[in-house]
Ligand binder design. Structure first.
Ligand code: NAD
Length: 399
């Protein structure tokens, strides 16, 4: 079948298997082109392993350090004329490339919030690896099913004050106003349940109870702070409250991890186009301006550059960590550089439909969004007939 992007709002409902595979190949190439590395992770569990920062972390660990990886994700295989989700195709490509290099890779497709998937993952680790020395938590989910069956949803809303902003229609480039009423207390609490630190803690406790955390085990979770121009919707909004909860969870993990000589970190990553980020109102304008400024300055990075730098210079760099007052590892220093943020702030009110591609880099944003789904990836033949069904050997979970 010949597959084209089909876009509805901020969602693309198709994915291209060959483009997704090439995207993974490009990420692997970036990691392998890095300088010689010292000691790194050996056995890694990645929760949220099939997209954005989680997939990039998996690639950095496997191809930068030769690590064995266990990836947990929630993806959809192809069925009938419907393509698989991009994370399915990317995981298939990752697994094939990892195995070809002799790196162990096990995949678990299912709801990471559930006790069943936690225990199934522990079974795989116990059977095949014994223990893990790095646990990356990189889940971004719209909803969480609680143990009693109740489904709670995260919302992207301001807290305390209404939000008035603008967003860009991805297909047409038309800008429109967005206004959002402040979240209720319940919406804030629910967003914290979905995107806060509780599930991260549950994972670490589950692994520890089964004796699966290796001595000196490290765990990291990813957060975003970003620029003041997005604070009203992000940092000071519902999602920002959930991210604050990661700092609480990190502190709560210090004691249990100390028993195995381990440590927990929250790493502040750069703003990038991922499935989760594309849903945030106003983010498209911010990222278009940010891409313009960072590309012009030669400091632009994608997920793979960020996670590889995190591993090489921070987690396994051997030197002192670059942390802030909250103890968070800062990987967003290039995004927050004064010249970059001055550019964004100065241009923020000036961006309109006529200058999206001169003042800002909307086409770069668009390219990155399509790239998430395996489209517009250089070297891919989009006129070729491709097979929609691609298999992944699942160690647990189902499809
Ligand atoms: P993403 O949407 O690209 O990936 C999310 C991952 O979570 C996928 O592997 C998906 O399969 C998995 N997932 C979702 N629900 C699941 C479930 N119920 N069970 C199992 N797996 C599930 O997200 P991302 O943007 O890479 O975000 C990852 C983390 O990085 C988040 O904590 C996010 O806040 C943080 N972060 C993102 C940015 C950004 O700009 N994108 C910046 C800084 C930090």
């Amino acid at each position: 079948m010949i597959i084209k992007p089909r876009i509805r709002g901020f969602l693309c409902t198709t994915a291209h298997p060959a483009g997704c595979a090439r995207d993974v190949e490009n990420q692997i190439r970036h990691v392998e082109s890095g300088s010689v590395r010292g000691e790194g992770p050996k056995n890694v569990l990645i929760i949220g392993a099939s997209g954005g920062y989680g997939l990039a972390s998996r690639i950095s660990a496997a191809f930068g350090y030769g690590a064995s990886t266990v990836g947990v994700f929630f993806e959809r295989p192809a069925s009938g004329n419907r393509t698989a989700s991009p994370g399915w195709y990317k995981t298939a490509a990752f697994t094939e490339a990892a195995k070809a290099k002799g790196h162990y890779a096990a995949n678990i497709n299912g709801d990471a919030y559930s006790e069943e998937i936690k225990q199934a993952t522990c079974d795989v680790i116990e059977r095949d690896l014994g223990q893990v020395d790095l646990v990356i938590y990189s889940l971004a989910a719209p909803a969480r099913q609680m143990p009693d069956g109740e489904v709670v949803r995260s919302t992207l809303k301001p807290v305390g004050e209404p939000f008035e902003g603008r967003t860009i229609d991805f297909n047409t480039g038309v800008m429109r106003d967005v206004s959002l009423e402040p979240a209720s207390d319940e919406e804030v609490a629910d967003t914290i349940k979905v995107m806060g630190g509780e599930d991260w803690e549950l994972w670490i406790h589950a692994l520890k109870e089964r004796g699966l955390l290796a001595p000196g085990c490290i765990t990291t979770n990813y957060t975003y702070l970003g620029s003041e121009v997005t604070w009203s919707i992000y940092h000071h909004g519902t999602i920002g409250r959930a991210k604050e909860d990661l700092d609480r969870a990190r502190k709560a993990l210090v004691e249990p991890l100390a028993e195995v000589g381990g440590s927990a970190y929250v790493a502040v990553m750069k703003g990038l186009v991922t499935q989760a980020a594309s849903a945030i109102p106003g983010m498209s304008i911010y990222l278009s301006l940010l891409f313009k400024a960072m590309k012009d300055a030669g400091t632009h990075e994608g997920c793979i550059e960020q996670t590889t730098r995190l591993f090489d210079t921070q987690l396994y760099g051997g030197g002192e960590l670059r942390t802030d007052d909250e103890g968070r590892i800062r990987m967003d220093e290039l995004e927050l550089a004064p010249d970059i943020q001055t550019f964004v702030a100065d241009k923020w009110a000036m961006v309109d439909e006529s200058n999206l591609d001169s003042l800002a880099d909307f086409s770069g944003y668009r390219q990155a969004f399509l790239g998430l789904h395996g489209f517009n990836i250089e070297g891919t033949d989009y006129e070729a007939d491709v097979e929609l069904e691609v298999d992944i050997d699942l160690a647990a979970g189902g499809d």
